[in-house]
Design a protein around this ligand. Structure first.
Ligand code: CTP
Length: 396
């Protein structure tokens, strides 16, 4: 358990206690700044172990490597903006930095900072970097901050951090137990969002970043699968070592799926495909003076790629669809999902809630999966990478 120097460090005591009460062995690595907010004796009493801070203490035991190597899970709570920047850069200028670098264990961070710091482009970029490396993020929550202000940036509640971290650990243990379980399988994944052109400079699009689809590609490759990614306007880089087919519109994606599907064992339609496209595409830029004060666009339906793929699937070929829904409750989400499953006819449907601040472009995801009969066969929450592994477990 890493503790860095933010006021929320006082709540880290409850996180340590949560793990200890569940029977886990906790080694605390607190930065010097963290110890200005919370006392070493408190942490030692609660963790029932010596608290480590100094890189140059017990050098003979090579502690900076041993702590990281021995850990099954690293949780950094609170993770300040500064510590996240150091993590993104891979710095090892203190014991915590060394411990993280010397470890192969999954890492969970619980960011805590003021809203402005969380929103700062530097922090946003650092979060994107560490998430792309598989670090799982819990929180931050919205609420009262240290001063009189409130907003996004409050550390997640200690019991939520403990529960989240243990789920990450359980998911990663399941993965490492079956590391090459998809060897020999050919997996075709669509990711991103299609864009339907209006004229040479404009399009109708959606907010999909492609992160979940890319995470599926990364996870499938790491488990030995041969992966082909059909990519529509990804906001994240496609991973190395897989075949990438870039497409723009739904029609292009349909053509790419039709030609690649026969050579695949599994198709995962994670892309957000436009349901409609402009009835006609203007050859030249649509000019304001030619349209007057309002402009009406006529749209026509796009083919449903998932439905077509499910219908043409050969026996044994698995087709997985996604359903993005703006539902208020879990029950409403499941009802919408079951209706969509009936329409799509695929083998599994991954449901996730989307909204102005949920689902798209975020680093975490919460999903439920329905099988063909509408039964809920999986619930998963965590980083998009850990969710990807859980989805792929359906295939192993
Ligand atoms: N999909 C597709 N072709 C389309 C539209 C969607 O293949 N023209 C796929 C998506 O890739 C996803 C699934 O269908 O796997 C569900 O997409 P979603 O947008 O949730 O559903 P829609 O079919 O568009 O239905 P609605 O917009 O009414 O919710």
């Amino acid at each position: 358990m890493g503790i860095t120097g933010g006021i929320a460090a006082y709540k880290a005591v409850a996180v340590v206690r949560g793990f200890v009460l569940l029977g886990h062995e906790v080694q605390v690595v607190a930065t010097e700044h963290a110890l200005r907010f919370v006392g070493k004796p408190t942490l030692e009493a609660i963790s029932r172990n010596i608290v480590h801070t100094d890189l140059y203490e017990s050098v003979a035991e090579v502690r900076h490597v041993a702590l990281g190597q021995n850990a099954d899970l690293i949780v950094i709570a609170p993770a300040t903006a500064n510590s996240l920047a150091k993590l993104a850069a891979g710095l090892a200028d203190d014991l915590l930095g060394n411990t993280v670098l010397a470890s192969r264990a999954p890492v969970v961070v619980a960011p805590a900072m003021h809203t402005e710091m969380w929103d700062n482009p530097a922090t946003v970029a650092n979060m994107a970097t560490i998430s792309s490396r598989g670090v799982s993020v819990v929180g931050p929550a919205s609420g009262q901050l240290t001063g009189s202000d409130s907003g996004l940036g409050r550390m997640a509640e200690p019991e939520d951090i403990v529960a989240f971290a243990l789920r990450v650990h359980a998911a990663s243990s399941a993965v490492s137990a079956s590391s090459a379980d998809l060897a020999g399988r050919k997996i075709l994944i669509t990711a991103g969002g299609t864009r339907e052109p209006l004229d040479p400079v404009r399009f109708l699009g959606n907010r999909s970043s492609g992160k979940q689809g890319v995470a599926l590609a990364v996870a499938a490759k790491s488990r030995g699968a041969t992966v082909t990614l059909i990519a529509a306007h990804l906001e994240v880089p496609a991973p190395d070592g897989i075949a990438v087919i870039n497409v723009g519109s739904a029609a292009e994606m349909l053509a790419a799926v039709e030609s690649a599907q026969p050579h695949s064992d599994v198709l995962i339609m994670a892309a957000a495909v436009a349901d409609f496209r402009p009835a006609s595409v203007s050859e030249s830029k649509i000019k304001k003076d030619s349209t007057g004060p309002s402009l009406t666009l006529e749209l026509v339906a796009n083919p449903d790629i998932l439905v077509a793929a499910a219908q043409s699937a050969r026996p044994g070929q698995v087709v997985i669809g996604f359903a993005a829904e703006t539902a208020d409750t879990e029950e409403a989400l499941l009802t919408l999902g079951r209706a969509k499953m009936m329409r799509k006819g695929c083998d599994y449907l991954v449901l996730n809630r989307v909204g102005w601040s949920e689902g798209f472009a975020t680093d975490g995801n919460t999903i439920s999966v329905l099988d063909r009969a509408g039964h809920r066969v999986l619930d998963a929450e965590g980083s998009k990478l850990s969710v990807a592994h859980e989805i792929l477990n359906l295939l192993s």
